[in-house]
Design a protein around this ligand. Structure first.
Ligand code: ISL
Length: 555
């Protein structure tokens, strides 16, 4: 099938369905709710939507634990609703990307239930099951997973254990088994034949594990990671999926990669290798922590973000394609992060500045629901107000482990994934227009003044700024194909870069501070080339607090 590379002109909006819009008054978002808001998304200007998992699931990890890939979780709706969603999106020229979670299933998946209960089950080899040590008293090795737990769980009182790199209810699949790989291809085809436009591939770099299953030392966070991240057959498995299935459709994939180097990422996205279209790396969101561990927070410095931008823009230039994002359902909100301010005086102004800064580089920009109106972290006051399995596990860990306790307790609330999962704030009514009843997760009190209704009414809102940004980005080949040039690599408060091709250049200059700053660079540009800014009036030689400007010159 001819590949049109449409994704290079896509702006993708991520929906976390349980928090987006509840249509039937059960306090839980659903597919008809999404359908009712498609005109809103069209108005925003995005041309593609990534929907976090809506498959059937016991919801131990909010749908990232799938018990039936070919059915829809009843609270989200039915397969009929899903088909209608796809149809209604396509009618509006919006593409649909599904979340593909195939590193693991739910422990309630019929494959796993059979494998767990029956040693001779044909599904036993769909999972990673190994004999424990000491007659089953101890796990097969010392690996630990992503939610602060041991990565093995004993199968009843047998000698055997199954591997789970996430919650206990998320057993890892065994990709070494060709039959399992055929099942995955079948799932892909099922949705691609419906007309789905691609997949966001959950923790895809974990699917191949080193087969020695030996303990690893030293025992630090993610013990065993060198055996289960970027494993030996990762590229082979992805190539197989691509050649056998994906390349028969004009679709895109974005792989969620955890701790992948630039070199590994280049291999994943080089078109000639036929693996993935693009990846999410987390170098940007790791700029405010140590060792890639979000609980160990560090002060944000613009120079570190600039380094990340240079690394990925230069690293993939003419080699592969980038993804651009500042938020998702696993990250706390970007307001008050990455140098921006959550003080109401600066909230929208600084959010416009950050939006401009990450949006106009080469790559596909993603917007996470609520980001376009500047939603903030949830106002959680006690552990009981959280719902996420990750923070609950971490809280338990902090009770048991005296060394980790102060570190976890200090940052846990602020970095919790639930901060991004609070109900979408549509208006200032009791449940923020998300639902007619009390939602599954606490509504943020600031829905009084941060909400879609207000944003649509105010001409100078962040929402309207995003509209302009999206319009400018889609189809702009200077940005798409341009070479990234950092114009002020050493400046501590100003980010300035140029995207350059033979046809012209786009220049972005942003002040990441609350101070007015002199900037000589500004004198080089003519105001009549300014295409976007978050201020109406501009000074020739200085940038106001959080000011951002975009200039475009065509040669
Ligand atoms: O969220 C994280 C840290 O807070 C990450 O470590 C996250 O678990 C990792 O990026 C993998 O995320 C994906 O797979 C998980 C799921 O819980 C996440 O929501 C999903 O985005 C397991 O399927």
């Amino acid at each position: 099938m001819k590949q049109t590379n449409w994704y290079k002109d896509a702006v993708i909006y991520q929906i976390y369905p349980r928090s987006f819009k509840d249509s039937n008054g059960d306090g839980f978002g659903d597919i008809p709710g999404i359908i009712s808001k498609l005109d809103y998304l069209k108005d925003l200007g995005v041309n593609c939507v990534w929907v976090s998992p809506v498959y059937d699931s016991p919801q131990e990890d909010n749908g990232y634990d799938i018990s039936n890939y070919k059915d829809i979780y009843y609270k989200f709706g039915t397969m009929k609703d899903f088909d209608l969603l796809l149809e209604e999106m396509h009618k509006r020229g919006i593409r649909l990307i599904m979340d593909l979670v195939v590193n693991h299933t739910s422990s309630k998946h019929p494959w796993f239930i059979d494998a767990y209960n029956n040693k001779d089950s044909k599904y036993r080899d769909y999972y990673i099951i190994r004999k424990g040590k000491k007659g089953g008293k101890k796990p097969p090795n010392n690996w630990t997973g992503f939610f602060g737990e041991k990565a093995w769980e004993r199968i009843g009182d047998t000698e055997d254990y199954y591997l789970h790199l996430f919650a206990k209810g998320q057993p890892d699949l065994n990709w070494e088994n060709p039959k399992l790989r055929e099942e995955v291809k079948d799932i892909l085809k099922f949705y691609l034949d419906k007309g789905v436009d691609g997949f966001r591939c959950d923790v895809i770099t974990l699917i191949s594990k080193k087969q020695d299953f030996k303990s690893r030392f030293p025992k630090i966070a993610l013990t065993g990671k060198d055996a289960y991240i970027n494993g030996p057959r990762l590229h082979e498995f992805l190539h197989e999926l691509n050649v056998d299935v994906l390349s028969n459709y004009d679709v895109m994939t974005v792989g969620e990669t955890v701790l992948s180097t630039l070199k590994q990422s280049i291999d994943l996205v080089s078109p000639s290798r036929k693996e993935l279209t693009m990846i999410f790396n987390f170098d940007n969101t790791d700029t405010d922590n140590y060792f890639g561990v979000k609980y160990i927070k560090k002060k944000f410095r613009l120079k570190n973000l600039k380094k990340v931008y240079r690394k990925w823009q230069h690293g993939l230039y003419k080699v592969g394609w980038n993804s651009l994002f500042i938020e998702n359902h696993d990250q706390r909100r970007s307001v008050g992060r990455f140098g921006t301010s959550s003080k109401e005086e600066y909230r929208e102004l600084s959010a416009k500045m950050l939006a401009t800064s990450y949006f106009l580089m080469s790559g596909t920009p993603f917007i996470y629901q609520g980001q376009e109106i500047g939603m903030t972290n949830g106002d959680f006051k006690s552990i009981d107000e959280f719902e996420d399995v990750e923070i609950k596990n971490m809280y338990e860990l902090s009770k048991k482990n005296a060394f980790l306790r102060p570190i976890l307790r200090k940052s846990m609330f602020e970095v919790s994934r639930d901060n991004a999962r609070t109900p979408m704030q549509w208006d200032n009514s009791e449940f923020a227009g998300f639902s007619s009843v009390k939602p599954w997760l606490k509504v943020n009190a600031n829905k009084e003044y941060i909400n879609v209704k207000d944003s649509l009414e105010r001409e100078d809102s962040l929402f309207h700024y995003y509209q302009k940004l999206i319009k400018f980005r889609i189809g702009n080949s200077i940005i798409k194909d341009g070479e990234y040039i950092d114009l002020l690599p050493r400046h501590k408060r100003i980010l300035a870069y140029k995207m350059k091709t033979d046809a012209g250049e786009v220049v972005v200059i942003s002040n990441f501070s609350t101070k007015e700053i002199k900037c000589k660079l500004l004198t080089k540009f003519n105001d009549k080339n300014m295409v976007l800014s978050n201020y109406d009036k501009h000074n020739l030689v200085s940038l106001k607090p959080y000011e951002t400007r975009v200039y475009e010159c065509k040669f």
